[in-house]
Ligand binder design. Structure first.
Ligand code: SF4
Ligand code: SF4
Length: 132
């Protein structure tokens, strides 16, 4: 209890460790925020460097896909559907848990985990969250 209390007191006087979200991604209606950044009153830090193995938004090289469905079979989140008419796939990132199993199993390496992580959206079916 005592160590926790001392930690709590220390945190109260320290600056936050969290990064301010990059201004370029801030909503357009926060004019004052952007103005403060321009005037140097708020310091905006660049995003932290990502490791090479980071599992971000999936990249699908559609033309390489042979329609074998192996990715669909291993996907634990049932985030991939087969487009029968095209014999290609569609990935719903709103369901994806970024486990990379589809990448690992694909026999022609047409799936890749990118470093893109700014994919939050209020519509799980938005274009940004569907890869095909
Ligand atoms: S990364 Fe995992 S959850 Fe996402 S589509 Fe691939 S297998 Fe499914
Ligand atoms: S595992 Fe690869 S080749 Fe097979 S359907 Fe999925 S993306 Fe296409």
């Amino acid at each position: 209890m005592l160590p926790m209390l001392s930690q709590l007191l220390k945190q109260m006087v320290k600056k936050p460790f969290t990064n301010i979200f990059p201004a370029k991604y801030a909503p357009k209606n926060v004019k004052k925020f952007l103005q403060s950044v321009q005037e140097g009153r708020i310091k905006v830090h660049p995003p932290v460097e990502l490791p090479e193995w980071f599992r971000g938004k999936i990249i699908y090289e559609k033309e390489k896909c042979i329609g074998c469905r192996a990715c669909i079979k291993v996907c634990p989140a049932k985030a991939i559907e087969f487009k029968e008419e095209e014999k290609k796939i569609r990935i719903y990132l709103g369901r994806c848990i970024f486990c990379s199993q589809c990448n690992d199993v694909c026999p022609v390496q047409c799936l890749h985990m990118s470093q893109e992580f700014l994919i939050a959206d209020d519509n799980k079916l938005s274009d940004n969250l569907i890869v095909e």
